[in-house]
Design a protein around this ligand. Structure first.
Ligand SMILES: O=C(O)CCC(=O)C(=O)O
Ligand SMILES: [Fe+2]
Length: 347
């Protein structure tokens, strides 16, 4: 099978009262997730919140440098806060973007290094805090209902994936400046999202997002008005025993003279889960997953930290990913782990 376009799934139809409509939407969802590997979600009911948030991004990123620097991610062992242009690395190259990371974290008992990933937000101002809180309130409901639909499309009880949900989900506001040279064309390099189960990404109308299809070919995910691009993350990949592989994607910086803004939400997974535990607790899920042919994709793909036996649990794999993506933050808060992970090859 070859896929050069991305399926559109109507969120409202996934919970339609009319049985036939719902069954057909669930069948489309099943094919999109397990055989194609990514999708656009429409009709989420969040259109107004999303439009309002996008409208606020240009002035947020135009705040004085000193205000943005005050909430620099360097102050946060949870990797929350502001990242200036040039401070982030993916696939060993510098990403050409600026961003704010937020989360649904808070007070945690710290037993392991990765427990520190679930920490406090840093806001540049009250207006941004209100926006983030409104966005999170809406997207948390949609993402949780989406997970219920994923279970239903496998003929599993609706709540099946609730047991895997993490305490912390993440939200980012991203700005990709206009790229002026070949070195700055990597908006973000090829990667699989590592924070959890699924990503719900709102992009503006500039374009530049690409996903790797099952044939191992990069295809454009062009802007579709009022939609969210849904990607599979490494947490879901691990729950499915690696059968449903995480979506590899990247952003090639816009060649146009326009700045690009995007807003990804990463639905979190439990940091304490281990691969061994999953083998025991998720076997009834794995047996329902339709197998896709990933051979060509795997030949050119980036590795999955979550599936590596090098890490004790999801939390450690996610922490490694954060430390290597934000090396300045990693060196500051986790110097020993930075040394260790930066020398370690994924197996
Ligand atoms: O900005 C985008 O469209 C994608 C962002 C992304 O993949 C990420 O931040 O993980
Ligand atoms: Fe991503």
């Amino acid at each position: 099978m070859s896929f050069s376009s991305i399926p559109l799934i109507d969120f409202r139809q996934l919970q339609d009262a009319e049985e036939q409509t719902k069954a057909s939407a669930l069948a489309q969802l099943r094919e999109a997730i397990f055989l194609v590997g990514f999708l656009y979600l429409t009709n989420t009911g969040l259109e107004e919140t999303i439009a309002k948030t996008h409208a606020a991004l240009p002035s947020l990123f135009s705040l004085p440098e000193a205000v943005k620097e005050e909430c620099n991610m360097l102050h946060s062992p949870a990797f929350l806060g502001y990242t200036r242009l040039g401070a982030e690395t993916t696939a060993k190259r510098t990403d050409w973007r600026e961003q704010f990371d937020f989360g649904t974290g808070g007070e945690r008992k710290i037993d392991h290094a990765w427990d520190r990933l679930e920490g406090y937000n840093q806001y540049p101002d009250d207006k941004t805090q209100r926006l983030v809180e409104e966005y999170l309130a809406g997207i948390q409901v949609v993402s949780s209902q989406f997970m219920h639909a994923v279970a239903e499309c496998l003929s599993l009880p609706r709540e099946t994936f609730d047991a895997f949900a993490g305490r912390m989900s993440r939200l980012k506001f991203i700005k990709y400046p206009v790229s002026q040279s070949e070195e700055t064309r990597q908006g973000v390099g090829p990667h699989k999202d590592s924070a959890g189960l699924f990503t719900f990404l709102s992009q503006d109308d500039v374009g530049g997002l690409q996903v790797l299809n099952k044939d191992g070919v990069w295809i454009d995910a062009p802007p579709v008005p009022n939609s969210l691009v849904v990607n599979i993350q490494q947490g879901f990949e691990a729950i499915t025993g690696g059968i449903c592989s995480a979506t590899t994607h990247r952003v090639v910086a816009p060649c146009s003279d326009r700045i690009r803004y995007s807003i990804p939400f990463f639905l979190g997974v439990r940091l304490d889960l281990t691969l061994d535990e999953l083998k025991a607790s998720a076997s009834h899920i794995v047996e329902r997953i339709p197998a896709a042919d990933n051979e060509k994709k795997n030949a050119v793909d980036v590795p999955s930290e979550f599936l590596s036996p090098l890490y004790q649990c999801f939390g450690e794999a996610h922490l490694r990913n954060r430390i290597l993506s934000h090396p300045d933050v990693g060196k500051r808060w986790y110097p020993d782990l930075y040394e260790k992970y930066s020398k370690q090859l994924l197996v």
